[in-house]
Design a protein around this ligand. Structure first.
Ligand code: SAM
Length: 259
């Protein structure tokens, strides 16, 4: 998989050299390129923001550097000619979000993800879906966000998604992008040594995972549930399933179907 990241803080992504994703990069499973948005500016101060039209607090990211960054990463091809009318970004234009595909009927092309608290919420299902993409581009917003026309322009070159990490506001998209890349990257075949370990995880089957234990069987007066130590695989599986339901009901009842 190829990943391009556009940011004004490239140093945030140094952690991609570490651990499993670092090894995946060494092995060529993951190719990551980080682009400094300021390299696409042309003034002495390398300006990427300006005051919002209509007034209000904060600054908005200017469209021009974003346009040049996207031109460099996703060059226009004759087959993807710029539309004659401004591209409607379904949902996004109305203030919410949704996948946009400017190539009618296109499948498997690049996907541009803009992290945004106003986007669709990132889930394990989305991570799994995106893990089969060949090319992901992440655009990290800062300040009050990116000029909306950038999303419409990006949709002339690729599928575009605005994606939220959750119902809270971060200072910038970098942390959200790191979380998404880690969740997506670990699902790419070859990144995790034992793919079995991905199967029983929280959110894979709609439930939270059961509690896990390792040796010693007794630690500081706390004991491992005896069912896990008696070698009865049927009983262990049943205990784990019950524990999944109990934990999900207690912590995240919203994940369970209505009774
Ligand atoms: N004014 C924006 C709003 O109210 O929707 C928030 C801008 S936020 C301070 C700056 C950037 O942080 C956003 O453009 C986005 O890239 C990122 N960001 C903030 N919260 C996020 C979240 N929950 N999920 C994903 N990205 C987020």
């Amino acid at each position: 998989m190829r990943i391009d990241i556009v940011t004004i803080f490239p140093e945030y992504f140094g952690v991609l050299d570490v651990s499993l994703l670092g090894r995946a990069r060494e092995d060529g499973i993951l190719k990551v390129e980080v682009h400094d948005l300021r390299d696409f500016t042309h003034d002495r101060h390398r300006t990427v923001d300006d005051k919002p039209y209509g007034g209000g607090a904060g600054m908005v990211m200017k469209p021009e550097p974003w346009g040049e960054a996207l031109d460099a990463i996703l060059p226009a091809t004759p087959a993807l000619a710029t539309p004659t009318a401004p591209t409607e970004v379904p949902g996004v234009a109305q203030g919410d979000s949704g996948e946009v595909d400017a190539r009618s009927g296109a499948t498997g092309g690049p996907i541009v993800i803009f992290p945004s608290p106003a986007g669709e919420v990132f889930t394990q299902a989305m991570a799994r879906e995106l893990s089969s993409a060949e090319h992901l581009v992440f655009g990290c917003g800062r300040y009050e966000g990116i000029d909306h026309r950038v999303f419409e322009f990006a949709a002339t070159r690729a599928s575009v998604r605005l994606v939220s990490l959750g119902d809270y506001v971060l200072n910038g998209g970098e942390v959200a992008v790191m979380a998404m890349i880690e969740a997506i990257g670990r699902l790419i075949p070859g990144v995790i040594g034992n793919p079995e370990s991905l199967v029983e995880e929280s959110h894979e089957d709609g439930l939270l995972e059961y509690p896990s234990y390792t040796k010693p069987a007794e630690w500081r007066g706390y004991e491992v549930p005896s069912v896990l130590t008696n070698g009865n695989h049927g009983a262990i599986a049943a205990w784990r399933r019950d524990a999944q339901f109990e934990r999900t009901r207690r912590v995240r009842p919203d994940l369970l179907p209505p009774e």
